[in-house]
Design a protein around this ligand. Structure first.
Ligand code: HEC
Length: 174
């Protein structure tokens, strides 16, 4: 190669070529880093493996207790299968919301765990709703058992979406 191009030409061109190759590699590296940063920044979860949704391994005895408690205290309004009132998505004549489904076909899974527990404990009378307060009537572990039964009714992918949302809200969106 050197014999056809000659040392003088090589002497002029090689350093320039090398520099532009180096520049090219450098800009590829920069582009790659920007891409990586964007990927990491997007969900703000560099440790995305930790984001893996845990298996729903509720204790079957707890779920069964939740089922019985739900039938006793909640089914009269929310339905035997937590399917909600048929007209749950419209306020009734008095402007109050009918009991919604809790089985995954309503909005319950849009709420973090803390919000669900708060609604069950405090009810919605204070905000003009018809949901009774259970805080004084059911101990926390009964409410936990009912929630376990409720969440056992949700389809897998819906539980996964809820779990991620709940985790985000529990860590303040980080
Ligand atoms: C007297 C009827 C009634 C009973 C009994 C009742 N609920 Fe409700 N519940 C409602 C109504 C009505 C709403 C909607 C309230 C509102 O929007 O103001 C509601 C809302 C809820 C919500 C919020 C759902 C959402 O999508 O935001 C949860 C969770 C819930 N109930 C759980 C329970 C549990 C658990 C029990 C049993 C311990 C129970 N409810 C018993 C009437 C009832």
């Amino acid at each position: 190669m050197a014999s056809t191009t000659g040392p003088a030409i090589t002497g002029i061109h090689l350093p320039a070529d090398n520099a532009s190759v180096r520049r090219g590699q450098a800009s590829k590296l920069v582009a790659l880093s920007v891409m990586l940063l964007a990927l990491l920044g997007c969900d703000r979860q560099p440790d995305s493996l930790k984001n893996a949704v845990p298996k729903r391994d509720f204790d079957p005895a707890v779920v069964e207790r939740g089922r019985v408690l739900f039938a006793q205290h909640c089914a009269s309004c929310h339905g035997d299968h937590a399917q909600g009132a048929p007209n749950w998505h419209r306020p009734d004549a008095s402007g109050k919301w009918p009991p919604p489904p809790l089985n995954g076909t309503g909005h319950a899974w849009h709420h973090p765990r803390a919000a669900l527990v708060r609604t069950i404990r405090q009810g919605t009378a204070a905000t003009g709703g018809n949901m009774p307060a259970w805080g004084g009537r059911l101990p926390n572990d009964d409410i936990d058992a009912i929630l376990a039964w409720i969440q056992q009714q949700w389809p897998e992918e819906l539980y996964a979406a809820w779990w991620r949302m709940d985790r985000q809200s529990a860590t303040g969106g980080r």
